[in-house]
Design a protein around this ligand. Sequence first.
Ligand SMILES: Nc1ncnc2c1ncn2[C@@H]1O[C@H](COP(=O)(O)OP(=O)(O)OP(=O)(O)O)[C@@H](O)[C@H]1O
Ligand SMILES: [Mg+2]
Length: 224
Amino acid sequence: MLAIEASNVVKSFGDFTALKSISLNIRKGEFVAITGKSGSGKSTLFYSLSGLDVIDSGHVLVLGNNIHNLPQEDLHDFRNTKMGFVFQFHYLVSELTGLENILLPAKKKNLHKEKREYALYLLDYFAIAHCKDKLPSQMSGGERQRVAVARSLIMNPEIIFADEPTGNLDSINSEIVMNIFREINLKNKTTVILITHDDEYAHLADKEIRLKDGEIESDISHKK
Ligand SMILES: Nc1ncnc2c1ncn2[C@@H]1O[C@H](COP(=O)(O)OP(=O)(O)OP(=O)(O)O)[C@@H](O)[C@H]1O
Ligand SMILES: [Mg+2]
């Protein structure tokens, strides 16, 4: 089964068409980099493929589910359990601690007690155990980003969507975050869809989909 199958996805904002009939397939367990210049439509594609925003036409199957046809409640539930998100501008909840932020997706399913141990493991594993009781404002940018990555993993999702997760990080922290993604892809066979402007990271992916002006400019496999 494919992780994602998109056909002729069109998305506009007013009379500006940000995605012009995008079709793509992403296999389960694949590590895919989405690249392209600023404004080429990467984040819009991220929102369209994950059902975080509506599309004008076309369809998107995620793990065989036509997500743009699911009732809102089912879509929320599907996203919460099958997909993990790391946003371009990390959306940690400022009033919640590191641990509470990581447990947020579990809390929605009333699974925060069961997931607490895994959250503590992730804090430890990502070397941010000292951020357990800190608020985001008391963490460094790299720590916040690792909390966001830990949160995206807490439900053991099948697909991780990450929009420039290393965008605001120095090279050491970028390397840490990228290694985490590669490891979960290799170990857990999690499908990773990574938006990046960094050519070096894009080359580490199995496949690179490059956007230009809302269209796929190239779709290159890096696997030998
Ligand atoms: N809510 C919106 N309303 C109007 N136009 C939008 C909206 N969101 C995005 N756009 C436009 O759609 C185009 C694609 O935006 P998008 O955010 O997908 O780009 P991007 O490739 O993610 O860029 P970046 O690398 O800067 O994050 C841009 O021209 C942008 O101005
Ligand atoms: Mg973007």
